[in-house]
Design a protein around this ligand. Structure first.
Ligand SMILES: *[C@@H]1O[C@H](CO)[C@@H](O)[C@H](O)[C@H]1NC(C)=O
Ligand SMILES: *[C@@H]1O[C@H](CO)[C@@H](O)[C@H](O)[C@H]1NC(C)=O
Ligand SMILES: *[C@@H]1O[C@H](CO)[C@@H](O)[C@H](O)[C@H]1NC(C)=O
Ligand SMILES: *[C@@H]1O[C@H](CO)[C@@H](O)[C@H](O)[C@H]1NC(C)=O
Ligand SMILES: *[C@@H]1O[C@H](CO)[C@@H](O)[C@H](O)[C@H]1NC(C)=O
Ligand SMILES: *[C@@H]1O[C@H](CO)[C@@H](O)[C@H](O)[C@H]1NC(C)=O
Ligand SMILES: *[C@@H]1O[C@H](CO)[C@@H](O)[C@H](O)[C@H]1NC(C)=O
Length: 923
């Protein structure tokens, strides 16, 4: 690898050399045959080398020694046979960190895939003889000046892919000035959309043959310029831009076009007839647009001369409909046909079996139905890749069928291949990928299957009803990495030995038994995923676990495993998901688990773990998103350090013996305060397929797979927690489920609980909570599960569409709640109309307040109320044990009181004493 020293020195050196006069050069052809190269150019290269740090000796052939004198034989250098000038400098992929320029006669410069950085030197513009310039994929700064390019007037070939050209607003004008340019590659250059200023079309002598402007977010305003080249273009790639509307008719004029790539845009509408007349077109990529129309009509429109030439047709991921028509037979040159992910329905014409050149067929993810027979494949002897998964097809194929093809890639998920294990697979001895999951196969696996294709890298026969006992697999399959998915079948017997090179192994939901230590046959260190959940093996977690340093996902949930977690677990420092849920593991969580710093999911639910919840979890496992300790014997406080777990989405400590307070700093769990957008999508894609956990959601335990990532819940129920619910909980705006039931919590519901707008489920039942329900609860508009039963709440249930829709069970066991949905109406609701005199009572009059017997009064014994300032603003409750009070004259300034959940304005009044009575409320 090279590390550049000063860029300025280098550029200066080269410029001086260039100025030094070209006539002084050593004439190789007229001179000694053994030394061909020109001395001046040799010196230029040597100086260039001097400015580099060539640690790997890539340029070791570049030297001043006598035997290295011929610079034309140096690595990456070629000279003209006639003149001896260096005409070719190919240092691609050699990690030159500094730009190079010099060598006036240079015709070919290939610096692609270096790590060249800095600014693209405008001195390149002095290489006026260049025909080929390939700078793609370096690390240059965003280019600001593009004028130099217009000096390279001999340029045929220009590739600046991957270089940021967003600041070059005249790229199009510059390119137009290169009269010999035939091949222009500006893939992924952040090109500005074509500026609408008039383009110097008149001067355009350029005749582009190859044009790649893919991945640039260009819009349809570039078409005007593009269609200048209709008569010359042979290859055109406009994929991954922002092109919208109908595909312009003018494409039809590109009569020499052989390859057209328009995928990844927003083209709409159908495919028009002009395509059929593009008689040279061989490859057509239209996937990932918004195209639509009936498939028979689509093929009808393509049915001109095109149908004889078209080799590749890719219309994946659009909105085409209808059946695959018989007309498909006319497209006799097709090698690749990809129709996946549309809404195609109806049948698949078996005339597709006549496309004898077909190598790849993909009709997956549609709604095709009907039967696939041998006829569908009759002439497909060249077929290598077959993908028909996820339709409503069923295979009806004779057990003796010998297919004409030998497939490499077989994806026939959900194709009703069963009930017998497909015997024709026996002829497919070369496959590397096989997915026959979910095919209603109810059979055992034939013996030949395991020896079929030693080079297989992925075998998925999951979700069938396959039964039987597996043989020793340790010597099968020789590929470097191997994925095997046998999950969701009826396989049984002791766990077999698996190949040492296993990379992904899913055995979940079968009846495997025996000792889990059989898995130690996987010695190849490549294991990344092991899912043995929902089986019956027993034993302790073996120490060989520690020999899988790349393990990302270890799921042993729902088995009969026991013992402690071995401390060697700490060597799994790639581990991101670890589930031992529902086994008989015991002991404490070992401190070495703190070395698994990438853990995102830790599921120890339903075991016999005990001890304190380790405080280092907060400090060391900062990536934890799911922390599940439900139904164990953990005791002690919830450590405050857990508040450092800022990625937590699901925290389930339910059903342990935890005591102390709910951590006040709970609002630090920031994943519950922010929206999903901050989630690492790449990570999601990587593990969503495999992460699994059983989570109690609104009272029922579910197995969550990829949806796991959308859950947000805190469940601390059934512990011995005391103290109040911290106000800070109201900042967990994104929390969906909160369960604090069956503890010994006291105090009120935090008054801003309504801020947790996304809350769907709230269970605070079985505590000693008291006070009124905060009015803000009426803002919880997504609430669909509520349990506040068995507390000491009182007062009116706030009114909202949501709160009144729950049954009374949500509120029972609170002696003094009133109002809908409870039947005891709040007292004031029953008061007779008093002719509008609700604004209180007169000085000197008396008033009796009768509190409903159901209301539990507390906080102030009645004696203390006598002669005191009773109520002054706010929503203070006054009380004692008796139900009714007579209020007469004197003392108290009453401004606003809240009775039974509604505010009352009563003005300034004097009250003197309260006396028990049994009359109704009058005021
Ligand atoms: C390089 O080109 C610029 C103009 O583009 C010119 O001024 C300069 O003299 C040239 N340098 C050499 C070394 O030819
Ligand atoms: C090199 O030799 C060729 C052929 O003899 C001649 O035409 C040319 O002028 C020479 N060039 C120089 C720079 O001496
Ligand atoms: C130049 O000479 C080399 C070796 O003799 C030969 O392989 C190459 O084809 C020649 N190139 C040209 C353009 O004549
Ligand atoms: C430059 O080198 C790369 C890598 O070998 C090659 O793919 C590319 O075609 C070369 N560019 C040109 C213009 O020959
Ligand atoms: C294209 O636009 C999208 C969204 O506006 C952006 O995410 C993407 O990075 C852009 N791509 C390029 C190559 O500019
Ligand atoms: C296919 O889908 C279209 C549009 O939804 C519908 O009209 C047609 O009946 C369907 N055809 C079949 C064979 O299911
Ligand atoms: C809460 O988070 C802040 C910063 O996000 C941090 O400084 C503070 O230590 C955290 N508090 C607790 C108790 O974890």
């Amino acid at each position: 690898m090279f590390f550049g020293r000063g860029l300025p020195q280098l550029v200066c050196a080269l410029v001086i050399l260039l100025h030094a006069g070209s006539a002084v050069g050593f004439n190789s052809t007229s001179g000694a045959a053994e030394v061909r190269c020109r001395e001046r150019e040799r010196q230029a290269l040597l100086m260039f080398k001097q400015s580099l740090v060539d640690k790997q000796g890539v340029l070791s052939t570049w030297g001043s020694e006598e035997r290295r004198k011929d610079c034309c034989s140096w690595t990456g250098v070629k000279c003209s046979n006639r003149s001896g000038h260096i005409i070719w400098l190919d240092l691609h992929d050699k990690f030159l960190n500094e730009p190079i320029s010099s060598l006036k006669r240079l015709k070919y410069l290939n610096l692609s895939f270096n790590s060249l950085s800095g600014s693209l030197p405008s001195l390149l513009g002095n290489l006026t003889s260049l025909r080929y310039l390939d700078l793609r994929f370096n690390e240059f700064h965003s280019v600001e000046n593009f004028e130099w390019l217009s000096h390279l007037s001999f340029l045929n070939y220009l590739d600046l892919s991957g270089i940021d050209l967003s600041k070059v607003n005249n790229w199009l004008q510059v390119v137009n000035k290169l009269p010999h340019l035939t091949n222009l590659q500006l893939h992924y250059c952040n090109l500005l959309d074509v500026v609408p200023q008039p383009l110097p079309m008149i001067n355009t002598s350029t005749s582009l043959v190859v044009l790649d402007l893919s991945s640039n977010n260009l819009t349809a305003s570039m078409f005007q310029w593009l269609f200048n080249f209709s008569n010359t273009l042979v290859y055109l790639d406009l994929s991954e831009n922002q092109l919208q509307g109908l595909i312009p008719q003018a494409f039809g004029n590109m009569i020499f076009l052989e390859e057209l790539s328009l995928w990844g845009n927003q083209f709409e509408g159908g495919i028009q007839k002009f395509f059929g007349n593009m008689c040279k077109l061989r490859l057509l990529y239209l996937s990932s647009n918004n195209l639509k129309g009936m498939l028979p009509e689509f093929f009808g429109n393509l049915s001109g001369c095109l149908q004889l030439t078209l080799e590749t047709l890719d219309i994946d991921n659009n909105r085409f409909m209808g059946p695959l028509p018989d007309a498909i037979r006319n497209f006799s040159s097709l090698k690749l046909l990809s129709l996946s992910s549309n809404t195609l329905n109806g049948t698949v014409s078996n005339l597709i079996g006549l496309l004898s050149k077909l190598e790849e067929l993909d009709i997956s993810n549609n709604s095709f139905n009907g039967v696939i027979s041998e006829a569908h494949f009759s002439k497909l002897s060249k077929l290598k890749r077959l993908t028909m998964s996820s339709n409503f097809l069923s295979f009806n194929i004779s057990p003796d069928w010998i297919p004409p093809f030998r497939l490499d890639y077989i994806d026939l998920q959900s194709c009703k291949l069963g009930p017998k294990f497909p015997k024709w697979l026996q002829t497919q001895r070369d496959f590397s990928f096989l997915d026959i999951s979910n095919n209603e196969i109810s059979d055992s696996i034939p013996k030949w299957f395991w020896d079929l294709s030693p080079r297989a890298t992925y075998v998925n026969i999951s979700s069938n009803c396959i039964y039987g006992i597996l043989p020793d697999l340790s010597m099968k399959f020789s590929s470097l990495l191997l994925g095997i998915d046998l999950s969701q079948n009826k396989l049984e017997g002791p766990l077999p030995l698996f190949p040492a090179n296993t990379n992904v192994l899913s055995l979940s939901s079968n009846g495997f038994s025996g000792n889990i230590s059989s898995l130690c046959s996987i010695t190849g260190q490549n294991l990344q995923l092991l899912d043995l959940s929902f089986n019956q093996p027993s034993g302790e977690l073996p120490h060989c676990v520690a020999s899988w340093p790349r393990l990302l996902i270890l799921n042993l949930a729902h088995n009969h495993l026991f013992g402690e977690i071995p401390s060697s677990i700490g060597s799994l420092n790639s581990l991101s998901a670890f589930s031992l849920c529902n086994n008989n593991f015991s002991g404490e969580i070992p401190g070495s688990l703190g070395d698994c710093t990438r853990l995102e999911l830790l599921d120890l639910n339903h075991n016999n773990f005990s001890g304190l919840v380790p405080d280092w979890i907060g400090g060391r496992l900062g990536s934890l998103t799911f922390l599940l300790l439900r139904s164990n014997n953990f005791y002690g406080d919830i450590p405050l350090q857990l508040c450092h777990l800022t990625n937590i989405k699901v925290l389930d400590f339910s059903n342990n013996s935890l005591s102390g307070n709910i951590p006040w700093c709970i609002h630090n769990m920031t994943a519950l305060t922010r929206r999903e957008s901050l989630v690492d999508e790449g990570r999601l894609a990587r593990t969503a397929l495999f992460d699994k956990a059983s989570i109690v959601w609104k009272g029922t335990e579910y197995e969550f797979g990829k949806n796991l990532w959308h859950l947000r819940l805190i469940d601390l129920s059934s512990n011995k927690l005391t103290g109040e619910i911290p106000q800070q909980i109201c900042s967990l705006f994104e929390l969906v489920q909160l369960n604090l039931s069956r503890n010994q919590l006291t105090g009120r519901i935090p008054k801003d609980i309504g801020q947790i707008r996304s809350l769907e489920s709230l269970d605070l039942s079985g505590n000693k909570l008291s006070g009124q329900l905060p009015l803000s609860m009426s803002q919880l508009s997504f609430l669909n599960t509520l349990n506040l039963s068995n507390n000491n709440f009182y007062g009116r249930i706030p009114s909202s569409t949501q709160l009144q829709s729950f049954s009374a069970y949500a509120f029972i066991g609170n002696s003094a709640l009133c109002g809908p949905p409870l039947t005891p109406a709040c007292p004031e609701d029953e008061k007779p109309s008093d002719g509008g005199g609700s604004s209180g009572f007169k000085v000197g009059s008396s008033m009796e307040i009768c509190l409903y017997p159901a209301i539990q009064l507390h906080e102030v014994p009645p004696q203390q109320l006598e002669g005191q300032t009773l109520l002054d603003g706010g929503s203070t409750w006054f009380g004692g044990k008796s139900e009714c009070y007579q209020i007469t004259k004197k003392v108290v300034v009453l401004r606003r009181i809240t009775l039974f959940g509604v505010p009352w304005e009563v003005g300034s009044k004097c009250l003197s004493r309260l006396q028990p009575s049994r009359t109704q409320l009058l005021c």
